[in-house]
Design a protein around this ligand. Structure first.
Ligand SMILES: *Cc1c(COP(=O)(O)O)cnc(C)c1O
Length: 223
């Protein structure tokens, strides 16, 4: 078995105070999650609804699950009853569906808005302008079962550290803008979810409050 406990503790020790770790366990077996859990890790991230449902069934109830993948609106109803945070909200349509399903089960679901800043054309997420538009439109203010807690993004998958840092900085500046314009008095709006295995050390220098680390903790994924 991969040395999950050791790797988890290495990552934790490398994080400054105030940065939370979401252990990304997609495609890894339950026993790996249990190993991390035994070390005190409670926040895990998954990106597929069925895999998540299976793991929720068999693992401890006090795990906080984050949904980090692209979420189709027709899957929202399955995860809303137990999800702790939906990190990758990239449309008003998806936000509306979360509101609708969360109302049915009488929950308030915490979400992040996913930004598209990376150069890759295939990545999901809102452009900065689309995000401004969504917030300016104001419909979200009426959604009492959705709590917008911040922003999430993925940097380009490149080796150029200057480029990656620059993308994190764009996200950090945009967070400040949105905080000022829409959430100045809302203490819930505080999360900046950026940084993965290969770039989380750069992300924490650019204001990340939440890193999403998979491979470094659990090893290569087996698809
Ligand atoms: C898979 C995934 C991660 C973790 O990636 P690693 O490179 O394994 O650390 C982080 N964020 C998102 C959105 C992911 O899909």
């Amino acid at each position: 078995m991969y040395p999950v406990k050791e790797k988890l503790n290495e990552v934790r020790q490398s994080l400054p105070e105030g940065v939370r770790l979401v252990a990304i366990s997609k495609f890894h077996p339950e026993e790996y999650i249990t190993a991390a859990y035994e070390e005190g890790q409670r926040v895990f991230g998954e990106s597929h609804e069925q895999e998540l449902a299976r793991k929720v069934q068999s693992l401890p109830q006090d795990i906080e699950w984050h949904f980090i993948g692209h979420l189709q609106t027709n899957k929202v109803k399955y995860i809303v009853p137990y999800i702790s945070m939906i990190e990758a909200v990239d449309s008003l349509k998806l936000l509306r569906e979360i509101e609708k399903q969360a109302a049915k089960v009488n929950r308030v679901v915490r979400v992040l808005l996913e930004l598209h800043i990376a150069e890759e054309a295939t990545k999901y997420g809102l452009t900065l302008d689309a995000c401004r538009q969504l917030l300016a439109d104001g419909e979200w203010r009426q959604m009492s079962h959705v709590q917008i807690c911040g922003l999430m993004m993925m940097a380009s998958n490149v080796d150029d550290e200057a480029q990656i840092s620059n993308e994190f900085q764009i996200a950090a500046d945009f967070f400040d803008e949105v905080k000022r314009d829409y959430f100045p008095l809302d203490s819930h709006f505080c999360e900046r979810s950026w940084g993965m295995s290969h770039d989380y050390h750069l992300a924490v220098l650019r204001g990340s409050t939440m890193v999403r680390v998979g491979t470094t903790i659990f090893g290569p994924r087996v698809y």
